[in-house]
Design a protein around this ligand. Sequence first.
Ligand code: KIV
Ligand code: ZN
Length: 518
Amino acid sequence: MTDQVRIFDTTLRDGEQAARINLNKGEKLQIARQLARLGVDVIEAGFPASSQGDFESVQAIAREFKGGPIIAGLARTKKEDIARAGEAVKDADRPRIHTFIATSPIHMEYKLKMTKEEVLSEVKEAVGFARTLVDDVEFSAEDASRSEIPFLIEVFKTAVEAGATTLNIPDTVGYAQPDEFYNFVFEIIKGVNPPANVIWSVHCHNDLGLAVANSLAAVRAGVRQVECTINGLGERAGNASMEEIVMAMNTRTDQYPAKAGLDTTKLYSTSKLVASLTGVVVQPNKAVVGQNAFAHEAGIHQHGMLCNRATYEIMTPETVGAPSSDLVLGKHSGRHAFKDRVESLGYALSKDDMEVAFKEFKDLCDKKKDVSDSDIEAMILDRVLSFIPERRYELKDYAVQVSTGSKPTASVTMTSGNVDYTEAAVGNGPVDAVYNAVKKILGFIPELKGFRIGATSERSDAMAETRIIINYKDIQAQGRGTSTDIVEASLRAYIDAANRLYAAAAAKEVKLNGHDAR
Ligand code: KIV
Ligand code: ZN
C-alpha cells in the first residue's frame, strides 16, 4: 500500500516572511480557508511572537476550522515564544507548536553564541515546555543540512525524548544537492530511529533551484511530511513549491513510495488566490500552475495532441483545475453561473459579499461586453474583499485634464466620515497629478516604493490593475486598484494603500502627522 505524505503548508509563515509580502488578517483567513479546501494536512499560520498582528492572525485561523487541518504556530526555543504560540493555537481543534533552533557550527558560533551542550539543553527544555501546552509538537533543527550528522542525531534524540512528535530537517539556505540530501536524511533517520508514531519532515529552500528535487529525494529516503508553499513563495529564492511536489509524487507513482492526499483540482485556484493577494505574479512558464503550463504552441505538438493528448501531456489541466481556456461571462450570466465561477477561483464569500460582488459584476458588464476570470478576481479583491478593518477615505470623484504642451492637472475628491475633501494638483503625467492631489488631502507625503500596472487580459477592453507600495515613518503598505480606466485604477490603488497605512499605523500606535484626526 502507498503511504501518504503530509503536506505542511507554510505560505502564511515562511511565504509571508518574503520581501514585500505583507498580508493582513482578512487576507490570511481567505488563504487559510482555501488551503483547507485544498486538503493540506497542516497550515503553519504564522509566528505569533513576532508581532501582535501575527498573533491575532494565527488565533483567528486556529478558531476557524472544526476538524480541519492541524494549525501550527512557529516559536523559537525561548519560553516566551512558545507560550505565545501555545496561546495563539490553543483554540484549534488540532493545535501544533513548531519550535526550532539552529544546529550548524556557523549558526551556533556566530548567531546563537551557544555551545553544543547549551543547544541540547535548550531543545530539551523547549520541547518539554511545548508539550505541557499541546500534544502535537514539531521540532526543527535550523540549518540542518550544514550541521554535523552525529550532533544532529543527538539533537533529534533529545527532542524525541522530550516529547516531539514531528522531526523536521530543514535545508534552510538551499545548499543541499538531491543525492547528497537523500543520503543525509537517510543517515539521520537511521541514527535516531524514533518510535513509529514520530513523523520525519523536510523543509527546503530554493537558493540553487533544488528545493523541490531535494524534498522529493527526502520522500524517497523516508520522510512523510513535506513543508512547502503555494507558488514556491518564501524567504529569498523561496521555499519548495507545493504544486510541483504534489504533482511529481502523484504523477510518477512508480518513483515514490508515497502520495499526497490533496484535492489536486484545487491547486490552480489556490495558486491564483495567493498570487492575487500577495501581488507576487506567477511566471508564465511555471510548472503546474503557470499560464503556459498546458499551452501547446508548436504545430508538431498540436498535431500530436489532436491524435492523442498523452503524446505531449503527462498530466491534464483538469487534474490541477486549470481552465482549458479563459472562459468569459457577460451581462446574460446569472447569479448561479457567477457564484460557481467565483468559487472555482478559490474565493469563499459570505452571502452578503456574494451579493455585493454580483452587483459589481453587473456594473462591470455595463462597461465591457465580456468579463474574464481575471476581471472578476480583480473586482472581488478591489471592491468586495478590501480586508481593511476601517477605510478612512473613499474615492468620490476625480477629473484629469491632459493636453499636448502643458502639464496634466487633476482634481480629486475623497470622503472621510461623511465629509468631502477636494484638492487640485499638477504632475508630470496624469497619475502623478492625481497622486499629488491625494497627498494634499492626506496631509503627508508617503514615499512611493513600488508601482506596477497591468491588464487583466490581453484585450483592449481589459481592466487595468494597479499595485503600489508606499512607505511612511517606516510603515509599509500595499494597495491595489482596478478600473476600466488606468488613471482611476492607479488612484484607487493609492487610496487603498493609504487606508492600509492608517490601519497599520493605528495597530502600531504611530501618529502619521497628516490629517490624522479625520
Ligand atoms: O528555513 C528554516 O529553517 C525555517 C525553520 C524555522 C523551519 O524556516
Ligand atoms: Zn524556511
